[in-house]
Design a protein around this ligand. Structure first.
Ligand code: GLN
Length: 451
């Protein structure tokens, strides 16, 4: 029995039924981390003295007394004096932090290569990127170096690396999980969420970390709950919307095939396929990068060497690029043409979804236009890198939830299926993900890490 292969639900059960002890659980994970972390570069900090169920926490999420760098040299010595609300809630459930996971600097990136501490390698193929920015969080779940992980998603950073690493990733509705203690990238888009080995695990972790928080006024009063019977109710008669804009030029033909097969499966399971349209999708990328950069330029101002951080020369190239772009987009004379226009496009995108959800219960499509690409392939070309975000950013602009579920392979690399829902409708999204997962058992396939 290899207990590092267990899902969260199985781990909880195993501990309760005394199949193994806390000590054995910890040692099993630590010994795996010992051999694999030097090769994969997943954890920036490893915590050896822990009892509880081991989870990886993305390094943009504050952990009291544990170094938190946000993947940046500017915070290389930062030890937070408090826990993020989401972390505090996990600790209350008997979860322990086994390590802080590598990520793109301040969560800006889509491959993990913007980390100041070297990129994380994809467990399915060490020459490939993991996706980003939650690179270490997705890889630690794929490689069984943690039972589950927390990531953050501003434009796809939970879903995209989950897709490229073959694990489950959930971006909750904006406001579902408190942002208190999440180092801000773009405050109107950021959201913390779970990366897990099963859909049921994602529902459980969301239950734990969601709910009201006096420190984040975007969080509503009721918390997310999901009865197992509702999760497992099946999808008969559910309307599955397919946006034609997500299947056009730019989508790799093999990825397309895998995703279309997954949609067929949903139909076999009783889903009703309906075509929907998201006509303003073509403006999403431009609007997103203006809004993100504008908010980044404001949020990065606190790292001035006085309040936080050291020398501003310690910022990496991507962070500097966004500070400059954002400062420009917000400056007098240009604000109207850039930021204000992008904000209007954002409203149109939100309205597209509202219309589409009149016809469909969920919207389904690819997460990423390609599978994991070669390390180094896009680092010299930011626009090429930004294009990889094409299917994920709209959910952040609209504030809606999105799930990535493994749905097959193309040339040995995982492909993810994206399931989007209405605001506060994580329940339906998870139900569809669960039905698909149970019917296909994709999660049983693991990368071969015997090297
Ligand atoms: N790849 C996107 C970007 O670079 C998303 C980042 C994120 O979600 N944190 O902005």
């Amino acid at each position: 029995m290899d207990i590092t292969k267990f899902t969260l639900i199985e781990t909880i059960r195993g501990l309760k039924e005394k199949q193994f002890s806390q000590e054995e659980l910890k040692n099993a994970y630590l010994s795996r981390i010992n051999t694999l972390n030097p090769k994969l570069n997943i954890f920036l900090v490893i915590k050896k003295n822990n009892t509880g169920i081991p989870a990886g926490i993305k390094d943009v999420i504050l952990t009291k007394g544990i170094k938190t760098t946000a993947g940046s040299k500017i915070l290389s010595n930062y030890i937070p004096p408090y826990n993020a609300t989401a972390v505090e809630k996990l600790l209350n459930q008997g979860i322990s932090i086994i390590g802080k996971t590598n990520c793109d600097e301040f969560a800006m990136g889509g491959s993990g290569e913007n980390s100041a501490y070297q990129p994380t390698k994809n467990p399915w193929d060490l020459t490939k990127v993991t996706g980003g920015s939650s690179s270490g969080s997705a890889a630690c779940v794929a490689a069984d170096l943690a039972v589950f992980a927390l990531g953050s998603d501003t434009g796809g950073s939970i879903r995209q690396p989950s897709s490229l690493c073959g694990v489950i990733g959930l971006k909750p509705t904006y406001g579902r999980v408190s942002r208190y203690g999440l180092i801000a990238m773009a405050s109107s888009l950021d959201q913390i969420g779970p990366i897990t080995k099963s859909v049921e695990d994602a529902a459980l972790v969301l239950e734990w970390i969601s709910g009201p928080d006096l420190y984040d006024s975007n969080c509503p009063n009721e918390k997310f709950t999901m009865q197992p019977s509702r999760l497992k109710a099946g999808i008969k008669g559910l309307k599955i919307g397919i946006p034609k804009e997500y299947f056009g030029k730019g989508l790799d033909s093999k990825v397309k095939e895998v995703v279309e097969r997954a949609i067929k499966k949903l139909e076999e399971l009783g889903g009703k396929i309906v075509e929907v349209s998201l006509p303003n999708s073509k403006y999403a990328l431009a609007a997103y990068y203006i809004i993100v950069s504008s908010e980044v330029s404001s949020n990065m101002a606190r790292f001035d060497g006085i309040r936080f951080g050291s020398n501003r020369g310690n910022f990496g190239a991507e962070v500097k690029r966004r500070i400059m772009l954002g400062t420009f987009a917000l400056s007098a004379g240009f604000w109207d043409e850039y930021y204000s226009k992008a904000a209007k496009v954002r409203t149109l995108i939100k309205q597209d979804f509202e219309k589409a959800f009149e016809k469909a219960d969920v919207i389904v499509g690819p997460v990423s236009p390609t599978t994991a690409w070669d390390l180094g392939d896009k680092v010299g070309d930011p626009l090429k890198m930004y294009l990889a975000d094409i299917y994920t950013i709209s959910a952040n602009l609209a504030g809606i939830p999105g799930l990535s579920v493994p749905c097959g392979f193309s040339e040995g690399l995982p492909v993810g299926l994206q399931i989007l829902g209405k605001e506060w409708n994580e329940g339906i999204v998870l139900k569809v993900g669960y039905a698909y997962e149970q019917a296909t058992k994709r999660q049983l396939k693991k990368p071969d890490l015997k090297f």
